[in-house]
Design a protein around this ligand. Structure first.
Ligand SMILES: [Zn+2]
Length: 202
């Protein structure tokens, strides 16, 4: 992280724990209500404790992507106990879409981490909108935004894992494979349910 260099195995382990233990249960409940599979969490940099986790809630409002919904909830916390975004890690299950890239920027984070890429969203999870919006609205091809810029540095968790020596690398890759299977199952549930929903880009 800016403030940490991306992090090694302990950070990756913690981020995968948060996805599995905190984001995934909220997402399972959200998908049962008709929402998409995307989620996010905010952690303190200092001790990697969870500030909050949230899931997509487009059934209520098409802007409540997992990341934006987490930011909304964060700013509903009492100001007194709320950490400075500069002292936080931002975690997204999926590479943030153009809306969420901007939201993370405007909300003052200097980093974000994600598990699945835009291409995964399109190819594995049948959500092509991120890449389509980047191309149609911004004229950007896949990978065309600045993954490191004056505001933040972004980290793809699988790339962090690839840089970790074995046997830790293989163990963490196995965890990613297990999470991928769980998200594929959730995606299947969402795709079966989405015909009846009112989400504009479902
Ligand atoms: Zn988004």
């Amino acid at each position: 992280m800016s403030g940490g260099g991306g992090g090694g195995a302990p950070l990756v382990e913690r981020l995968l724990d948060v996805i599995e233990d905190d984001i995934l249960p909220l997402t399972e409940a959200g998908v049962a209500r008709g929402n998409k599979i995307f989620g996010a969490a905010i952690l303190q940099k200092s001790d990697r404790s969870l500030v909050l986790a949230e899931a997509n809630n487009e059934i209520e409002n098409p802007l409540w992507h997992g990341e934006v919904h987490a930011l909304k909830r964060f700013h509903e916390l009492p100001e007194a106990g709320r950490p400075d975004p500069k002292d936080c890690l931002f975690l997204a299950t999926h590479e943030p879409c153009p809306l969420c890239l901007s939201a993370i920027t405007w909300a003052g984070y200097d980093n974000f981490y994600y598990l699945f890429s835009h291409a995964d969203s399109r190819d594995a999870f049948a959500i092509p909108h991120d890449l389509r919006i980047l191309r149609e609205v911004f004229g950007l091809e896949p990978g065309g935004y600045n993954a490191r810029n004056a505001y933040w540095t972004s980290y793809a968790i699988p790339l962090l894992v690839a840089g970790i020596p074995s046997p830790e690398r293989q163990r963490l890759q196995n965890r990613i494979d297990e999470l991928t299977a769980k998200y594929r199952a959730l995606s299947h549930r969402y795709q079966k349910s989405k015909a009846g929903n009112a989400i504009p880009l479902n």
